[in-house]
Write a protein that binds this ligand. Sequence first.
Ligand SMILES: Nc1ncnc2c1ncn2[C@@H]1O[C@H](COP(=O)(O)OP(=O)(O)O)[C@@H](O)[C@H]1O
Ligand SMILES: [Mg+2]
Length: 343
Amino acid sequence: MNKIQLMNVDKAYGKDNPIIENLNLDIGEGSFTVLLGPSGCGKSTTLRMIAGLEKESKGDVYIDGKSMKTVEPGDRDIAMVFQNYALYPTMTVRGNIEFGLANNKIHKAERDRRIKEIGDVVGLTEFMSRKPQALSGGQRQRVALARAMVKKPSVFLMDEPLSNLDAKLRSQLRTELIELHHRLKTTFVYVTHDQVEAMSMGTDIVLMKDGKIMQHGKPVEIYNNPKNVFTAQFIGTPPMNIINIKNIENIKNYENACYLGFRPEHAKLYESPPEYDGGLNLSGVVVTHEMLGSEILYRLDTEYGRVNVKIFDLGQILEGKATIVIPEQKIYYFDDRQNRIYF
Ligand SMILES: Nc1ncnc2c1ncn2[C@@H]1O[C@H](COP(=O)(O)OP(=O)(O)O)[C@@H](O)[C@H]1O
Ligand SMILES: [Mg+2]
């Protein structure tokens, strides 16, 4: 069932500044949906329209099948956490969390029960009487999450809530957010430009570019079945290798294929050319290799440009000339508009 729907939504700031045109998006009940895309593509604008903080220029936002046209943000049964969360410095952790309940008429006993419950959920029980300045960055962010969640909203909106934290803390809070979602079973809509965050946390990913949805699907679908070059290259590190094959004669060519792609992790490397088995063989020269622990990342120059290859066999490091082999079933083809061609 859909929890949130955007139907034919346009958004422009001022007259000649269309940001979003004809956006149609269904967000499933109980999903952890991630709006992903480069900076400026309209993720925050979309989230703010769901929250009611920004008004759509055209079209409608529905929550639980009900049009939100005349529903104020405070009446939408949602909570939101931003990147730059502001805690009240003079209030304790408990006070800050309780503030999330401020406008609701909830009795003292229920109030205390909820604050304790949410404090446990985000691991703040022993810090309840501290002030924000006596907390680490991660703990402060947990207070911000707790303050939003204590209302028990039916939709939880987050806009890059982890991007001010260091890498280790970010990865820890990622895991905690996944657990939180399992426990609460609330619909989460989460904005990020970080594909690793999107892939690791999302049950569903909405990849956006220039105010448009490039692909909406499960993380594994988006990785295995990108519908266009943009999606293919946005997901995965390093990105999918793309070769323009329009004018190349000696690569197996399909009628309207213009680009060919393969992921660094799907290529194999050989010191000398192996027997041809129907895939794509490219000859290259190793430019650099990086030992990343569980894998080696090679960069090679080929006659079709620079190519990344990830090798998981750490036994031998190749240098100089090498042959890159990509199995036929791991090759993706795209047309001149960079849309996937299926054979
Ligand atoms: N209040 C505003 N007034 C004018 N332009 C805005 C405003 N808010 C956002 N924009 C523009 O809208 C586009 C999308 O912004 P935003 O939704 O914040 O992108 P994202 O969150 O994906 O980085 C950007 O080009 C941004 O400059
Ligand atoms: Mg943003």
